[in-house]
Design a protein around this ligand. Structure first.
Ligand code: MN
Length: 318
């Protein structure tokens, strides 16, 4: 789901405000794009206001959208480097295939975690013959320099720790919270939680003060530290918070993401997280020439071609 919006400009983490080092409340509007047949993606990060929240460097909210047979998610083989793609399925299902040979259907309540490391290719598609609905979050996690050249890997996590608290069902997607640890293999201190409630709910959550945090609303309406947040908005919370108050008056679903402010300056372009334009140019040339990333077997979808590199050289000059 990562690259439905082919943003041709590079995003340099240091071009946006640094972590303020203290609690703040910043509302950030997600960019919205429609990807054919009413398939809406809201991209909250990267954004001019915030390029990252901890190591989380890409926050996409896809759908919910109903699709007919042969429609829905049809993302052909495409490459990644330097990141982990973290897919959280809310409704519907999608088939992941990758150049390591993994083929994995993901269903609601499950996580797919693909660690690109030095390079991997994958495709993502809705089941071909069925009508259905897609509602998902796809998040990217930047790998620290010491890990970003590692061998690629893929993991599917069908069971995640769940906690009931204040009428919320809290799923620990990544990192740890409330004494529970998610199984996802991550490489820097971070956290990801899903809070879902079918009715009015209220809780106070402990937070790690050395993390920066943000809230993304996926469904309904949520009130966080007195601020009302709806789908299409990110509420950035800064750091040095020990707790957060969350409540809703009706059905809602939200993501809380956080992490230690990422110390390295990253460059994001298309599906690549790197440090220099040269690395991105090399990865792009390798992909377009069919080198280094391997092939995704059995997919009926055509590989995606990288966008023109012109945007990279224009934007990445420093
Ligand atoms: Mn992808």
């Amino acid at each position: 789901m990562s690259d439905l919006v082919q943003d041709k400009s590079a995003s340099r983490a240091s071009d946006c405000p640094a972590c303020p080092g203290k609690p703040v409340l910043e509302r950030i509007a997600a960019r919205q794009a429609e990807i054919g047949k009413g398939f809406v993606v809201r991209r909250a990060v990267p954004n001019k206001a915030r390029r990252m929240v901890g190591a989380w460097c890409f926050l996409d909210h896809a759908g919910p959208v109903d699709h007919g047979p042969g429609e829905g998610l049809r993302v052909g083989p495409h490459p990644h480097i330097g990141l982990q793609t973290f897919t959280w399925m809310i409704e519907g299902q999608a088939l992941h295939r990758d150049s390591l040979g993994f083929e994995q259907m993901i269903r609601p309540g499950q996580v797919n975690l693909m660690t690109a490391g030095r390079g991997i290719a994958h495709s993502e598609e809705s089941p071909a013959d069925e009508a259905g609905r897609i509602h998902a979050a796809q998040l990217w996690i930047a790998l620290p320099d010491s890990e970003r050249h590692r061998e690629p890997s893929f993991h599917h996590y069908p069971d995640l720790p769940v906690i009931k608290r204040g009428n919320f069902t809290i799923t620990v997607l990544a990192g740890e919270a409330l004494g529970k640890t998610a199984p996802a293999k991550i490489f820097s201190p971070l956290v990801g939680l899903d809070l879902t409630s079918a009715a009015a709910a209220s809780t106070q959550l402990p937070l790690e003060p050395s993390f920066e945090h943000a809230i993304m609303c996926l469904r309904g309406k949520v009130v966080v530290e007195g601020e009302t947040v709806e789908p299409g908005e990110l509420l950035y919370l800064g750091m040095q918070r020990t707790t957060i108050d969350i409540h809703c008056n009706a059905e809602t679903q939200v993501l809380l993401v956080g992490g230690e402010p990422f110390a390295e300056d990253i460059l994001v372009w298309w599906n690549f997280v790197a440090r220099t334009p040269e690395e991105i140019r090399t990865a792009t040339e390798n992909w377009n020439a069919g080198r280094e990333f391997g092939e995704v077997p059995n997919t009926p979808l055509a590989p995606l071609k990288a966008p023109d590199l012109t945007g990279l050289s224009l934007k990445a000059k420093r």
